[in-house]
Design a protein around this ligand. Structure first.
Ligand code: NHR
Ligand code: GAR
Length: 210
């Protein structure tokens, strides 16, 4: 049975597109945005996927919104929930319902630069290497177990925008890969570290094809 995936996003949705275009053996059963105008929602509809807008500004507070969001996510019975440019911190009550099946992509090499404006901060610190991280989401913001990272060089003439574009290209490579590993049941979460299970069956299929 194919892995049922719910995608949460807030904006452009280029990571979501990269996931769709990777042609993974997954079922994207719903795409949910806290911003009704998110381009990612329109892309989902164009692809015949279930697209749901839940406008957080219409709710009394974060707890009330997150409870409604969690109910909506659960309705689609996901095996995996993917944050793809989802820009709202999730309350501990939400995390408790989905921990272990919740992935995020963050535009820095964690644990450096958790939170927002990562590219500006990387340039301000003068780091020479920057990148992105896919991690399991825990209640502690941007601190969950790391699945995969990709690094990019920082150039002397970079602006936040040129650096973000270089990082984004890597995001589009690593997020589909991490999701595929999850769907294959190959991610083993052990004491807060993620190991990649070497599934000999799928390995040998790969090697006979290549
Ligand atoms: N929630 C939890 N509990 N843990 C994480 O690791 C999370 C999370 C929710 C989102 C993505 C994240 C990132 O990769 C993410 C990871 C939003 C903010 C933020 O401050 C910070 C980190 C992340 C996403 N959001 C503001 C807020 O008050 C709103 C900002 C806005 O709307 O533009 O929620 O970096
Ligand atoms: C991506 O760079 C993602 O890593 C980042 O927002 C962008 C979303 O782009 N996520 C965060 O900063 C989470 N706080 P996309 O909508 O085109 O995928």
């Amino acid at each position: 049975m194919s892995c049922r995936v719910v995608v949460l996003l807030s904006g452009r949705g280029s990571n979501f597109r990269a996931i769709v275009e990777a042609g993974l053996p997954i079922d994207i059963v719903a795409v949910i945005s806290n911003r009704p105008e998110a381009a990612g929602l329109a892309f989902a509809r164009e692809h015949g996927l279930t697209a749901v807008a839940l406008d957080h500004t219409q709710f009394a507070d974060r707890e009330v919104f997150d409870a409604r969001l969690a109910d909506e996510v659960e309705r689609h019975q996901p095996d995996l929930v993917v944050l793809a440019g989802y820009m709202r911190i999730l309350s501990p009550a939400f995390i408790a319902r989905f921990e272990g099946r919740l992935l995020n992509i963050h535009p820095s090499l964690l644990p450096a630069f958790p939170g927002l404006k990562t590219h500006e901060r990387a340039l301000a610190e003068g780091v020479k290497v920057h990148g992105c991280t896919v991690h399991f989401v825990t209640a502690e913001l941007d601190h969950g177990p790391i699945v995969i990272q990709a690094a990019v060089p920082v150039r002397a003439d970079d602006t936040p925008d040129t650096l973000a574009a270089r990082v984004l290209a890597q995001e589009h490579r690593i997020y589909p890969r991490a999701i595929q590993w999850f769907a294959e049941g190959r991610l083993v979460n052990k004491c807060g570290r993620v190991n990649l299970r070497d599934d000999s069956a799928s390995q040998s299929v790969l090697s006979t094809e290549s």
